[in-house]
Design a protein around this ligand. Structure first.
Ligand code: NDP
Ligand code: 8X3
Length: 261
């Protein structure tokens, strides 16, 4: 599949993996629908995307936790933006590393509302149109955390296990249509993810990435674009990618890892 002129909706495009994915699709000449809550950051990504070759960019100020905001955002897209070819369900976050039995319920709700319910709302608003048009690709951001929970991360990991189930369930339910469904499951990627998890504690966030070479957002974007450019009869079900020094969500090489969580 060639990406020139394809309409790609990326949630959480204001930062990290979503931003890098926007720029990677921009370099392929796609038309980008960029969604997130921080409009000023989205505007910066949009400007860079146009410099890199995006055919056009449209930004949407969107909180995926609001089902009505999601539906309205999709319903109110200008006609020339309404036929979404590729949906990248990337918006997501973690909050805290409390032991489960001591966890903050508002943190649990924020993670589940964003990572699980937000992904569902966006998919519900976008995928029916793909089925009607007879073309489309849904790319969900899972995680190695969805395969193996780690201490203090149970709710985040559960949210990513849910993404895995939703990804595989959607693929089953779309069988017989030309719509493809892919989960991209990275290990540790250096982004603002830990800064958000630790609510702005930059020192603690930085330690997560010390002592080994983490994945970059560009590594993940590269996998997404690769999955999106396979021939139309090929569905990439899941890509698991980790830093060389990471075996799974629990295990980073002990001599190379200084500050894991
Ligand atoms: P970042 O914090 O850099 O980016 C997260 C993005 O999600 C931001 O653009 C943010 O935008 C957006 N977002 C968060 N909440 C909402 C919301 N309610 N509505 C709309 N957008 C929202 O982290 P990453 O790039 O690392 O994370 C992207 C995805 O990748 C997440 O799903 C994460 O779980 C997953 N992932 C990350 C890994 C990592 O190690 N970093 C590894 C595996 C998976 P804004 O705040 O402007 O709304
Ligand atoms: C996010 C990365 O390190 O929490 O999925 O598993 S990590």
């Amino acid at each position: 599949m060639k990406l020139q002129g394809k309409i790609v909706l990326i949630t959480g495009a204001s930062s990290g993996i979503g931003e890098a994915t926007a720029l990677a699709f921009a370099s392929e000449g796609a038309r980008l629908l960029l969604a997130a809550r921080r409009a000023s950051k989205l505007a910066q990504v949009a400007s860079r995307a146009l410099e890199l070759g995006a055919e056009a960019v449209h930004t949407v100020d969107l909180d995926v936790r609001s089902r009505h905001a999601v539906q309205n955002a999709i319903d109110e897209l200008p006609a020339e933006w309404s036929e979404i070819d590729i949906l990248v369900n990337n918006a997501g976050l973690s909050r805290g590393l409390d032991k489960l039995y001591m966890g903050k319920i508002e943190d649990w709700e924020e993670m589940i509302d964003t990572n699980v319910k937000g992904l569902l709302y966006v998919s519900r608003a976008v995928v029916p149109g793909m089925v009607v048009r007879g073309r489309g690709h849904v790319v969900n951001l899972g995680s190695t955390a969805g395969e193996l929970p780690y201490p203090g991360g149970a709710v985040y990991c559960a949210s990513k296990a849910a993404v895995r189930a939703l990804n595989d369930g959607l693929r089953q339910d779309l069988l017989g249509t030309p719509v493809r469904v892919t989960s991209i499951d990275p290990g540790t990627v250096e982004t603002d993810f830990s800064l958000v998890r630790f609510r702005g504690d930059a020192g603690r966030a930085a330690r997560v990435y010390q002592g080994f070479t983490p994945l970059t957002s560009e590594d993940v974007a590269d996998a997404i674009v690769w999955a999106a450019t396979r021939p139309a009869h090929v569905n990439i079900a899941r890509i698991v990618l980790t830093p060389l020094d990471q075996a799974n969500a629990l295990l980073i090489h002990p001599e190379s890892q200084a500050g894991m969580k």
